[in-house]
Design a protein around this ligand. Structure first.
Ligand code: DSN
Length: 427
C-alpha cells in the first residue's frame, strides 16, 4: 500500500501515514469535514489526474477526452437528479470558486451583493472585506436578530428594499437553523435581484429531503461536495437552464482552465452514493446526533447559539465555562477532539479568540456513532473545560476519546495494511 510513494518520497509518505493515524485516533467534530468512502478515495487516485479536458463533455479543446467525458457526464446527470436541478456544472475546484463563477455569471464588477456577514454565520465569499467578493462587488450585509440569533427575513427584506442589491446570497457556514428559501425568493423578486443559495453545509440534508431545497426558488445554487454530502473536496453549481450557458462560460474560460478530472470522478462516485437509499438514513442520523449532542452540551452548561440546532451543526458559546473559543479549541485538541473556534453573533471578542466553538456531527456519524456516543462526547467536552488545568484528568479524558475512536474505526483496511507495513509507526 502506497509503496511507490514510500519509495520515492519518504517525507510525504510519512506525513500521509501520520494523517491516516490522526484521522483514526481523533474525534472529528469540525462541521465542514467528513470521511469519504474508499470508492471516492480510489477514484481520486486514478490516471484521470493526467488528463487536460478544457471545455465540456463533447466540446473539448483537447483530444483524448472520451473517457473523462463519460465521468463528467455521469457527475452532471447525478448532480441534477440529486437536487432536482435543470443544469449542473461540476467543474469548480472549490466552494469559493463555485461562488466566484456564479457571481461572474450573473453580475458585472461593481454590482451590489447582499450577503450574510461572516461574523453572524455567513461565509468569506459572501462579502467579507478581505475576500475577492468585496474587492470586485459592492457588498451590503445582513445578519441575525440579536435576541433570537436567527435570520429575520423581515429585516433582510428591509435592507434589500433600502439597498437594492443585484444579487442576494442566502446560505451560511455557522448557522444552526433551517433556512426557508421561499421568503428570500419573494424579496429578490420584489427588488429585482437574482437569488443565489450557497448550501455548502446543508447539501446532505437537502438531498435527503430533510431540509428545504433551494433549487426551485433560486437562479443559482452552489455547494461544496465534501461536507455533509461526503464527497471529495470540491464544488458544484446548479442553476436554471436559462443561466446554463453563462454559468458554464463563467467557470471555463472565465475563472478556471482544465478541470480536475480525478476529482470530478470522485464527485461522480459520491453522487452515486448519495442517490443510494442508505444516504437518507445517514443524514437522519447526522441530525439525530446533532440534537443529542446539543442537548447534552446544554445540560452541561454551554449556551448554544439559537438555543439548539435543526441541522448538522452547533455553535456553542463557551464563556459559561470561563474560557474563550480558542482556549476551548486547544483544550479539546489535547484530548483528541477537533473543533474550530467560531465567533458567536455580536461577539465581543475578535475572530482570533472568539466566544464560541463550532461542532458538527457528519464525520462521526460516518464512523457509526449514534446518540449514546454524542451524549458521552458532550460530557467529555464539558469535563475538559472544567478540568482544563488538571493534566491527569485530561489524560483520562484522552483515554476515553481513544477508546471511542477505537470502537468506531475509519478506513480499517488502510490502517491494517499500513500497520503491517509500518509496525514501528504504530508501536
Ligand atoms: N471553511 C468552510 C467551513 O469550515 O465552513 C467553509 O468554506
Amino acid at each position: 500500500m502506497l509503496n511507490d510513494l514510500r519509495r520515492v518520497d519518504k517525507d510525504v509518505y510519512e506525513a500521509v501515514l501520520k494523517e491516516v493515524r490522526r484521522e483514526q485516533i481523533d474525534i472529528e467534530l469540525i462541521a465542514s469535514e467528513n470521511y469519504v468512502s474508499m470508492a471516492v478515495l480510489d477514484a481520486q487516485g486514478t490516471v484521470m489526474t493526467n488528463k487536460y479536458a478544457e471545455g465540456y463533455p463533447g466540446r473539448r479543446y483537447y483530444g483524448g477526452c472520451k473517457h473523462v467525458d463519460v465521468v463528467e457526464t455521469l457527475a452532471i446527470d447525478r448532480a441534477k437528479e440529486l437536487f432536482g436541478a435543470e443544469h449542473a456544472n461540476v467543474q469548480p475546484h472549490s466552494g469559493s470558486q463555485a461562488n466566484m463563477a456564479a457571481y461572474f455569471a450573473l453580475l458585472k464588477p461593481g454590482d451590489r451583493i447582499l450577503g450574510m456577514a461572516l461574523d453572524q454565520g455567513g461565509h468569506l465569499s459572501h462579502g467579507h472585506p478581505k475576500n475577492f467578493s468585496s474587492k470586485v462587488f459592492d457588498i451590503v450585509r445582513y445578519g441575525v436578530n440579536k435576541e433570537t440569533e436567527r435570520i429575520d427575513v423581515d429585516e433582510v427584506g428591509a435592507i434589500a428594499r433600502k439597498t437594492r442589491p443585484n444579487l442576494i446570497v442566502v446560505g451560511a457556514s455557522s448557522y444552526p437553523r433551517a433556512i426557508d428559501f421561499e421568503p428570500f425568493a419573494q424579496i429578490a423578486k420584489d427588488v429585482g435581484a437574482y437569488l443565489m443559495a450557497d448550501i455548502a453545509h446543508i447539501a446532505g440534508p437537502v438531498v435527503a429531503g430533510l431540509h428545504p431545497n433551494p433549487v426551485p426558488h433560486c437562479d443559482v445554487v452552489t455547494t461544496t461536495t465534501h461536507k455533509t454530502l461526503r464527497g471529495p473536496r470540491s464544488g458544484i453549481i446548479l442553476c436554471k437552464e436559462e443561466h446554463a450557458k453563462k454559468v458554464n462560460s463563467s467557470v471555463f474560460p472565465g475563472i478556471q482552465g482544465g478541470p480536475l478530472m480525478h476529482v470530478i470522478a470522485g464527485k461522480a462516485v459520491a453522487f452515486k452514493e448519495a442517490l443510494a437509499p442508505g444516504f437518507k438514513r445517514y443524514q437522519e442520523q447526522i441530525l439525530a446526533n446533532a440534537c443529542a449532542l446539543a442537548e447534552e452540551l446544554t445540560a452541561q452548561g454551554f449556551r448554544l447559539v439559537t438555543g439548539g440546532t435543526d441541522n448538522h451543526l452547533i455553535v456553542a458559546d463557551v464563556r459559561p465555562h470561563k474560557v474563550n473559543g480558542i482556549q476551548a479549541t486547544r483544550i479539546l485538541e489535547r484530548i483528541g477532539i477537533t473543533v474550530n473556534n467560531n465567533q458567536i453573533p455580536f461577539d465581543p471578542l475578535p475572530p482570533t479568540k472568539s466566544s464560541g466553538i463550532r461542532m458538527g456531527t457528519a464525520a462521526m456519524t460516518t464512523r457509526g456513532m449514534t446518540e449514546p456516543e454524542m451524549k458521552q462526547l458532550g460530557h467529555i467536552i464539558a469535563s475538559a473545560m472544567v478540568h482544563s488545568d488538571d493534566s491527569v484528568r485530561l489524560r483520562l479524558l484522552r483515554e476515553e476519546t481513544l477508546d471511542l475512536a477505537d470502537r468506531f474505526p475509519v478506513y480499517p483496511g488502510i490502517l491494517r495494511r499500513l500497520y503491517e507495513q509500518e509496525r514501528s509507526a504504530y508501536a
